[in-house]
Write a protein that binds this ligand. Structure first.
Ligand code: SF4
Length: 366
């Protein structure tokens, strides 16, 4: 007779197969996950990351959602797995399958559709690679794909199919050194803040030795989805470099910005880091004026300026998130009426091969 050993941080128990059935095991696992949610130590970001949820069954159980929603998740999750930190789950509304945060992370059956106009490299990353791990699309700036890891898997991610070449720091640094027109280096990924502070500090130190580089920009979603990542070590290297630090975070909905996130963002601003936000216009998440207005208001309360509102990058598997150009233009008009200009993000689309982001303008504008 087969035995099951259920070992957790809190207890371990050995059960004979005749004692338990699969639903019982699932319930025990769920109880364990719930205990972990309630008892895990705050402030330790690697441990928070290790405890992220990967199983749609557990996610839906925690949110008190029925299995009918689960039926859609099983096939899609094979290609780009679920990954969501527990602190982010805690900001979702229980019992609401249309929660705007849940919609961003829960795999859906539509992801398996293959539609014309949607590709695996929608913004031309492959063609923009100069040396392994270094992309250049725009004058004066280069982007380093520092890692493919992220704390969260956003279902609409334009890099969900992209496998970056392994970053080779000596070659990357040589390429930056050789081009004196480069004044800004962007650390991206994946999420650069998935890397340890010692690795990031070393990279920043090497970049700072190149005299023509003035700014270090980070594109990261971690301060939003895992605010514990904003710790003393991060602030120390980010403010200890001669490079001017700019951070572009990524929030799509005001519900993502709770007290912990607000404190983390204020810490970054308080340390002298220029903080901007980029979001993506997503059907069923933020495609209405009240949601976008609330997002801008929440951002400025945390002293973050709304920078870009991206039209969806047409990546395979994300078509169900697309918002029409007509609706996008109407939303922009509503934001302009309701908000001061500095709280209206630029509505843009990235077009492969263009030397800048294309901004959507109204018909009556010059
Ligand atoms: S955090 Fe950014 S790079 Fe990572 S999955 Fe989300 S959108 Fe993609």
């Amino acid at each position: 007779m087969e035995n099951f050993l259920i070992k957790t941080k809190f207890f371990s128990v050995s059960l004979c197969a005749s004692d338990v059935c699969i639903p019982t095991l699932q319930k025990l696992t769920m109880i364990t996950e719930t205990l972990v949610v309630k008892q895990h130590k705050q402030g330790d970001w690697p441990s928070e990351l290790r405890q992220a949820i990967h199983n749609p069954v557990h996610l839906l159980e925690l949110l008190e959602l029925s299995d009918s929603a689960l039926a859609h998740t099983v096939t899609a999750k094979q290609r780009f797995g679920l990954r969501v930190p527990r602190g982010y789950v805690a900001r979702m509304r229980k019992g609401d399958p249309n929660d705007p945060l849940l919609r961003q992370v829960l795999p859906q059956a539509e992801e398996n559709q293959r539609l014309m106009g949607f590709s695996i490299d929608p913004v031309g990353d492959v063609a923009a690679e100069k040396v392994p791990g270094l992309l250049q699309k725009y004058q004066g700036r280069v982007l380093l794909v520092t890692t493919s890891a992220c704390a969260i898997h956003c279902r609409y991610c334009f890099r969900r199919h992209y496998t970056a070449s392994q970053l080779h720091p000596p070659a990357v640094l040589d390429a930056i050194r050789a081009d004196s027109s480069i004044t800004e280096v962007i650390l991206s990924g994946g999420d650069p803040l998935s890397l340890t502070d010692s690795r990031l500090a070393e990279l920043a130190h090497s970049i700072a030795k190149i005299s023509h580089v003035q700014r270090l920009r980070l594109h990261t979603r971690l301060p939003i989805v895992l605010p514990e990542r904003v710790n003393d070590e991060l602030l120390a290297w980010l403010t200890g470099t001669r490079l001017q630090p700019v951070m572009v975070v990524h929030a799509n909905h005001a519900n993502e910005i709770d007290d912990n996130v607000n404190k983390a963002l204020q810490r970054l601003v308080g340390a002298g880091i220029t903080l901007l936000n980029q979001s993506v216009l997503l059907r069923g998440v933020n495609d209405n004026a009240p949601a976008l207005i609330a997002l801008s208001e929440a951002l400025i309360s945390s002293r973050v300026l709304p920078y870009y509102l991206h039209r969806l990058d047409r990546v395979q598997g994300a078509a169900h998130f697309e918002v029409s150009e007509e609706t996008a233009a109407q939303l922009l008009e509503q934001l302009r009426v309701a908000l001061p200009g500095y709280l209206v993000p630029k509505l843009v689309r990235e077009v492969a091969g263009m030397p800048y982001k294309c901004e959507l303008r109204m018909k009556n504008e010059f």
